[in-house]
Design a binder for this molecule. Sequence first.
Ligand code: ZN
Ligand code: ZN
Length: 170
Amino acid sequence: MDELHKIARAYYTTANEESKSQGRRFFNSIDHDSNRRITIQEYLPYMKRNGHTKMANRPFFDYLNESRTGELEFMEVMTLFYIIKSGRKICDGCDGLLKGTFFSCTDCFAADDESFNLCSKCFTESKYVHPHKHFLDNYIILENMKLTLAEKEKKIRQMEAAMANHQVSY
Ligand SMILES: [Zn+2]
Ligand SMILES: [Zn+2]
């Protein structure tokens, strides 16, 4: 079984009632005819309508359809739910789902624009067209974000201390 299917299954099994019913609502919103199975005719319009255009295609549907029945069952839709909820990204080079380490353009990341992301294959083999040149992998970006947060925290504390001193001497 694909790792993301496993992760999604584990999350669903251990989720509280609230999250489980969220998952069921998600399933029901795609299951147009309420027959507990999602066909590609139900899948595609839902994905397009909700802005998940990069996942609105046959290969992605087939990836989710691990049982190879041609119709998504509940747990397969929970994998999709997990992918969307966790904000998993699609490679801007090959359109594959980014499952492990990926690389993000730091210029686009900093500009808060649409981020530009690459799988390690597209990145290392330079299989992409993009105006910017600076990329960092997701682990380093996360580490940097922690640093910036800690830095901000420190500044706020310093300001608080300065204010407190000011009040005392006032
Ligand atoms: Zn790629
Ligand atoms: Zn960029």
